[in-house]
Design a binder for this molecule. Structure first.
Ligand SMILES: [Zn+2]
Ligand SMILES: [Zn+2]
Length: 383
């Protein structure tokens, strides 16, 4: 926010210069060198591999592991994420996570959300880092447990050395090994960094501005398949803000979420454990609640007529059925948790609880379909 006199906060020169210089080189020197000298295949391969590794270190590491504790990782895996996360040049995992937890906690609050999308595309994409906005000050009280993680603390303490070493040292080493030092620095160093920055920034900007809101309409976060394609699966942002502790962002099997697939593979390899998943019933419940909210808003706008009265009646009936299913499911879940606590595994296996829970989940799925038809009859666009 501007101060009371309407002045903008002072410029934050280190990131401003870094973004400007790397973008300038990517737009001028990178194509010029390609035209005049050409790039070795090894430089393109290194560009693609390092872009993927750094982005996945942000999505699977900084975001889903460190910020949200959506799973637990082997120390070796944490070290890899921290090393290549430093290469992504988005600050230390500690600072990144502190800002991100505040973003979730105070989403859309212009005074507190560090990259509040309500302040516009430019601000949420990159502008928030270019000036010393008070909302951008990292509040470490939200990351106490990360401060006690020796690997995270080490990366934070030596961030500058790690970031410079990875961004200059690694391309230099690869360039020397493949006989194209300048080409490697330009592609695997500079171009990779600029593209990786803007892909990540699209999550804070585009994924809060363009897309659908199937799980909640209470904030600006949106599901956007194109953004997911660009961000290794982080574009299913409406789901993510509703269920932030789930290690998946693209929860459906057909949604593009390579970060989820990588975490699954790491789990299979024994490097990740305790992957958190929200039960399907809760996901479906959120979708239905959103449908009911939209239907009721639309019905409130429509003048009374035999047709709208009939639709109103049908929506009310569906809502009653939905409320009953939610109550029963909550009761059965509590019972199953209590059984599990008493270690009555036998009783759990012999009981009808799992099949009853499954039937309730399927019932909600059917209801979701019926509500889709009702929404179409009400003239509600799929948003
Ligand atoms: Zn967000
Ligand atoms: Zn998040």
């Amino acid at each position: 926010m501007n101060d009371p006199a309407g002045r903008l906060p002072p410029r934050n020169w280190p990131p401003l210069l870094m973004f400007a210089i790397t973008l300038g080189i990517a737009l001028t020197v990178v194509p010029w060198y390609g035209i005049v000298h050409g790039y070795a295949l090894a430089a393109w391969v290194a560009f693609a591999v390092l872009l993927s590794v750094t982005e996945l270190s942000i999505t699977c590491g900084y975001h889903r592991l460190f910020s949200h504790a959506a799973y637990q990782a082997h120390p070796a895996l944490k070290a890899v994420f921290l090393l290549f996360g430093a290469m992504a040049l988005q600050n230390s995992a500690l600072i990144w996570s502190a800002g991100h937890r505040v973003h979730h906690r105070f989403i859309d609050d212009p005074e507190r959300d560090p990259y509040c999308a309500r302040r516009g595309f430019w601000f949420s994409h990159i502008g928030w880092m270019l000036r010393n906005y008070p909302s951008g000050d990292p509040d470490l009280k939200y990351v106490r447990e990360l401060q006690n993680d020796p690997l995270v603390a080490f990366q934070h303490r030596h961030y500058l050395a790690l970031a410079v070493g990875m961004n200059l040292g690694l391309p230099l080493l690869l360039g020397w090994a493949f006989g194209d030092i300048v080409g490697m620095i330009l592609l695997a160093g500079v171009l990779r960094l600029v593209i990786s920055h803007h892909l990540t920034f699209c999550i804070n900007s585009l994924a809060h501005i363009v897309g659908t809101r199937p799980y909640t309409t209470e904030n600006t976060a949106r599901d956007n398949g194109v953004v997911a394609l660009l961000t290794f699966g982080e574009g299913y942002h409406n789901f993510h803000h509703q269920f932030a502790h789930d290690y998946r962002n693209g929860v459906r099997w057909w949604q593009w979420d390579p970060s989820k697939w990588l975490i699954n593979a790491l789990h299979w390899a024994g490097l990740a454990k305790n992957l958190k998943r929200v039960p399907w019933f809760k996901i479906r419940r959120a979708m239905l609640e959103t449908q009911f909210r939209r239907a009721n808003q639309e019905l409130a706008r429509q003048v009374s007529s035999p047709r709208s009265d009939e639709l109103r009646q049908r929506v009310a009936e569906e809502y009653e059925r939905f409320s009953k299913a939610v109550t029963t499911w909550t009761m059965l879940r509590e019972q199953s948790v209590a059984d599990a606590k008493r270690a009555l595994v036998d009783r759990w296996e012999k009981s009808h609880l799992p099949s009853r829970l499954k039937a309730l989940e399927e019932g909600l799925h059917e209801q979701y379909r019926r509500m889709q038809l009702l929404a179409a009859q009400l003239g509600i666009a799929r948003v």
